[in-house]
Ligand binder design. Structure first.
Ligand SMILES: Cc1cc2nc3c(=O)[nH]c(=O)nc-3n(C[C@H](O)[C@H](O)[C@H](O)COP(=O)(O)O)c2cc1C
Length: 196
């Protein structure tokens, strides 16, 4: 009995030192929780070149869209992920209604599907089905995808539209030439990061 307790104690000590815990996001335990410092993907390439999916909502009422703008960093001593969403997007409505959002990164072979998710609207079609994605839900009930290789779960802690009067002239022209409403910034405190 003493030996069993000693082994259990040793395992617990090793797990605590690792600062990693297995989080049962998927029933098969395919995800491993990591810290923000352990993310090996380059934060600029991850969103600027590879693109990410931004998702908000709960089971039966969610939407996702491709993003090419995003900021991974630290604010108010918290790890944060910041996203920029045009009010023209259906996803904007989900971002406004929900307390949480997720950003997910996918293997390179999925980029064509990410292109699709960034060119059609959830107002018009079921994009999850269209892209052939398998939705999984975190313990907080937020959507991530079995096909992704990195998932970041955030709580919205601040959101604001950019002030047109304060935009650099180049960006004001950019919006005007596209007739696009000005993006809202959503700052998300990172609660969990999982990788495969
Ligand atoms: C590569 C790529 C990057 C994009 N990045 C953003 C972004 O950062 N913010 C944004 O508001 N829209 C972005 N979009 C546009 C939306 O993904 C697109 O309008 C999408 O169809 C919106 O879907 P929804 O109406 O279902 O929300 C991007 C599109 C692509 C293809």
């Amino acid at each position: 009995m003493k030996r069993v307790l000693a082994v259990l104690l040793a395992c617990f000590t090793i797990m605590s030192c690792n600062n990693q815990k297995q989080v049962p996001v998927a029933a098969d335990g395919s995800w491993r929780e990591i810290t923000p410092e352990e993310v090996s993907l380059n934060p600029v390439k991850m969103v600027g070149d590879d693109w990410l999916e931004l998702s908000a909502g709960k089971e039966g009422d969610l939407n996702l869209m491709t993003i090419g703008w995003g900021t991974f960093g630290v604010l108010w001593n918290k790890p944060v992920y910041i996203v920029y969403v045009s009010p023209a997007r259906y996803t904007y409505e989900f971002m406004e209604r929900n307390e949480y959002f997720t950003v997910t990164h996918f293997p390179e072979a999925m980029q064509e599907k990410l292109g699709y998710l960034g060119s059609v609207s959830g107002r018009d079609e079921d994009k999850v089905a269209g892209a052939g994605l398998t939705v999984e839900f975190t313990e907080l009930g937020n959507p991530i995808y079995a096909e992704a290789d990195l998932a970041i779960e955030c709580r919205k802690i601040y959101s604001v539209p950019f002030d047109p009067a304060l935009l650099p002239e180049e960006q004001r022209d950019w919006y005007a030439s596209r007739g696009l409403p000005i993006h809202h910034m959503y700052i998300g405190e990172i609660l969990h990061i999982w990788e495969k």
